[in-house]
Design a binder for this molecule. Structure first.
Ligand SMILES: C[S@@+](CC[C@H](N)C(=O)[O-])C[C@H]1O[C@@H](n2cnc3c(N)ncnc32)[C@H](O)[C@@H]1O
Length: 407
């Protein structure tokens, strides 16, 4: 305790403090953060009775610090190694209790703020883990985290051999830096994992784009009953095909996947080839913009039982970028016209910038204004190994709705 460096005190905006007291864990850039010192790992806030220890991230463009705990900085700093271990252990315990690893190789072991590990995301991929540090504070503790992961893994998932992990953080020019957790080794170029009995190729060196969206996995599982009752499926913004392949696995007789990128279409096809028990003749890839594909399907009179639409938050038609909110007023009526009676649409928006209220009213307005025969069945949000944190809207970024067509 004696040798601990002094923790520099900073002031934060009263509005930041108010949000923090309600559970929001970030201090975002403002006139107060301009005075935050550089070169500190921890910062102490003292505002009246309230004391807080922050994890500093001065080079982050927006989030300058994240809350570690309420209390006296000196004590909290002294306890940091123990507290980190306890929080990581609690996160691993939760995932073990959920039995997620019995169904899939890919699952989150720590989901950042929701596990009280702000900016620290740890995903299992088979016998490997991917650590994504969105807060550069953690770079200072890379070895400590690597040393914790292995024994925690072996204790919680003894049936799964632990091979290695890779670490991804943000370099000085905001580009991703990937390094191995074990010195002297490098991540594999490619590995194969299984999600709900379907195999996928992953490319660990593309840590921001390894080939599967694990935050969607629990939602895919939640949609099993919808998938099982759908014979003809259209997967829009298909990426590497997770929804297309699980649709085939769940008994679809015809699946169409649309993506603008030939790279992802090729990746989807290689995933399909990795699963010979899924009849590839039932699947068709369309390398096209969603808008073009929907128009073509309409012109040819195609009808589907299920349309899944999971656009990126900023989507491109190959020429210009647009916000996802701009595409639904155009595309939802087209999707509606492609549905069989009783057919369903699963529509997502992937951004924290839109509240649930706005998300819901946007769809309700389109349905009302365009007189679409769609009734709302369900909402879909992050769950299971990707929990939410009260008071932290940014963590609640994945929003979905299930609609059914009626006559
Ligand atoms: C968020 S990912 C979809 C993830 C996928 N639903 C999953 O769970 O695996 C978005 C995909 O949309 C594709 N994309 C972006 N703009 C597009 C457009 N206008 N038309 C078709 N695909 C587009 C990208 O290439 C990317 O593969």
């Amino acid at each position: 305790m004696k040798n601990l460096p002094k923790t520099r005190k900073v002031k934060i905006h009263p509005a930041s403090l108010k949000h923090i007291k309600k559970g929001h864990p970030w201090v975002t850039a403002d006139s107060y953060t301009k005075d935050f010192p550089n070169g500190e790992d921890f910062l102490q806030v003292e505002a009246g009775e309230t004391k807080l220890l922050l994890l500093s991230d001065p080079n982050h463009p927006r989030i300058k610090a994240r809350v570690w705990a309420f209390g006296e900085g000196r004590d909290l700093r002294a306890n940091f190694p123990r507290e980190l271990k306890e929080r990581m252990t609690a996160a691993f315990n939760q995932r073990k209790a959920m039995n997620v690893s019995e169904q899939r190789d890919n699952f989150y072991l720590c989901f950042g703020e929701a596990d009280l590990l702000p900016g620290l995301f740890i995903q299992a991929f088979g016998s490997h883990v991917l650590v994504q540090a969105t807060c550069n504070f953690w770079v200072l503790h890379k070895k400590r985290i690597a040393d914790l992961i292995r024994p925690l893994w072996e204790e919680h998932f003894p049936d799964r051999k632990y091979l290695n992990g890779w670490w991804c953080d943000r370099g000085p020019n905001a580009q991703s830096r990937i390094t191995s957790l074990r010195q002297g080794t490098s991540p594999p170029d490619q590995l194969v994992i299984e999600e709900f009995g379907v195999k996928y190729h992953l490319k660990p060196m593309d840590a921001h784009d390894p080939g599967i969206y694990t935050d969607m996995s629990a939602i895919r599982e939640e949609l099993f009953p919808v998938l099982e009752s759908s014979k003809k499926v259209l997967n829009l913004y298909a990426y590497t095909g997770a929804y297309s392949l699980i649709a085939l696995k769940k008994g679809a007789e015809e699946v169409h996947s649309v993506d603008l990128s030939q790279k992802y279409i090729d990746w989807l096809e290689s995933n399909l080839a990795e699963n010979p028990e899924l009849d590839a003749s039932k699947h068709t890839s369309h390398c096209s913009s969603v808008e073009e594909a929907l128009k073509k399907f309409k012109a040819s009179g195609e009808k589907f039982d299920l349309i899944i639409c999971d656009p990126p938050s900023a989507s491109s038609d190959g020429k210009k970028m647009g916000r996802v909110t701009d595409s639904y007023p155009r595309d939802l009526p087209l999707m509606n016209s492609l549905l069989n009676e009783g057919g369903k649409i699963v529509a997502f928006v992937n951004t924290h910038a839109m509240s649930w209220k706005k998300f819901n009213s946007n769809f309700d307005d389109i349905i009302k204004n365009k007189n679409l025969k769609l009734k709302s069945l369900d909402i879909l949000k992050l769950r299971k190994d990707c929990p939410l944190k009260g008071g932290f809207q940014e963590g609640d970024y994945l929003k979905g709705r299930v609609f059914e067509r009626f006559e």
